[in-house]
Write a protein of this length. Structure first.
Length: 351
């Protein structure tokens, strides 16, 4: 069976096509992801919040001259040391949850599958996706430094060759032009590499095996289709995200306006702001029902926008993976072929 042609319209709206098939499952996945993100945010505030408060108090004490420079440095170090230690614990947890979210969305986008009850898992799909993401990082580092070194040497050599012994100003201009061309070349190369390898995570989940360079084959003949799809998706998400973010920011600013006015009045009177008073003022503002509702709605809307952005962005690669596997190539490629001298005998042939 021949694989499907790349339909740009379906590629743009693939997330919404899948959403229409299982809206309840998609909404539940968004809700669970938001709960996990809220939990991680609360954990970060609980762990790191005291460090921020201590730094504010230290800054105020230092400004008032209550502490010497040596004492201030020592107290800052004592405050930041546990702060950094907790950060090293929270960052891996955040990365792990990010991979779990990625796997859950790719299962939905490629197979239309939502795991029951708790859609997040930590299993084979997630482990393989960690490998894919690590390969992305390795390829990015190698490509960046390799291209930068080659283009730098080439640009300098070409400038010397074509300059022909002129002034230093001419040499600098020629070198600058070549560097700009080199940077453009790197950007073009990075774009090509990113699109050709963009299907790897979706193929990994769809095939149930680690797929990376197979993405290159899956994008044969559809590079320009995918590039146009990504450009349109980025434009739509940028416009929609900017509008929603602006509305949320105005709503939060309106709720925070009375507190801002109070701080401005204190500053205009030239009064010294006690950190305890400032914290008490912020606490009183946060305790207001209107503030709580505004912050929750704002956080919810912004996070849903972020989730949709990530899901829609991943949906392009997911659509291409489904399209590439529409001819059954994934299953056929996984069947081992045995030679005639194998102890189990040669693989059966057709015809």
């Amino acid at each position: 069976m021949a694989k499907q042609d790349f339909d740009i319209t379906r590629g743009i709206f693939w997330f919404f096509i899948r959403f229409g098939e299982k809206p309840g499952g998609a909404i539940w996945l968004i809700f669970v992801q938001a709960l996990c993100a809220l939990g991680l945010l609360a954990l970060s505030v609980m762990v790191m919040g005291p460090a921020y408060i201590n730094l504010i108090q230290l800054a105020d004490s230092g400004a008032a001259g209550a502490l010497s420079e040596a004492e201030t440095v020592r107290l800052v170090f004592d405050t930041l040391l546990p702060f950094l230690s907790y950060g090293f614990l929270i960052i891996p947890i955040g990365i792990l949850f990010a991979v779990m979210f990625q796997a859950a969305w790719l299962r939905f986008l490629t197979k239309g599958e939502i795991k029951p009850v708790i859609p997040l898992r930590l299993g084979a799909d997630e482990i393989r996706l960690i490998g894919v993401n690590l390969l992305y990082i390795v390829i990015a580092f190698v490509a960046y430094f390799g291209l930068a070194a080659v283009l730098g040497v080439f640009g300098f050599g070409a400038a010397v060759m074509f300059h022909g012994g002129g002034s230093h100003a001419d040499f600098g201009l020629e070198a600058g032009v070549l560097i700009v061309l080199g940077v453009l070349g790197i950007l073009v190369g990075a774009t090509i590499l990113a699109i050709r390898l963009a299907t790897a995570p979706a193929l990994t989940v769809l095939d149930g095996r680690l797929r990376f360079f197979e993405s290159w084959e899956a994008t044969n003949g559809v590079f320009w289709h995918m590039l146009l799809t990504y450009v349109v998706v980025w434009a739509l998400l940028a416009i929609g995200g900017s509008i929603l973010s602006g509305i949320v920011q105005l709503a939060v600013l309106a709720a925070f306006l009375p507190t801002i006015i109070e701080f401005v009045d204190i500053a205009e009177q030239g009064q010294h702001v006690d950190p305890d008073v400032a914290l008490a003022t912020l606490q009183a503002w946060i305790s207001e029902p209107l503030t709580i509702v505004s912050l929750l709605i704002g956080f919810g809307v912004l996070y849903v926008v972020q989730v949709l952005f990530e899901a829609v962005w991943h949906s392009v690669g997911a659509y291409n993976a489904v399209r590439a596997r529409s001819g059954g190539e994934g299953e056929a490629a996984d069947v081992p072929t045995l030679a005639a001298d194998h102890p189990m005998g040669a693989s059966p042939t057709e015809g």
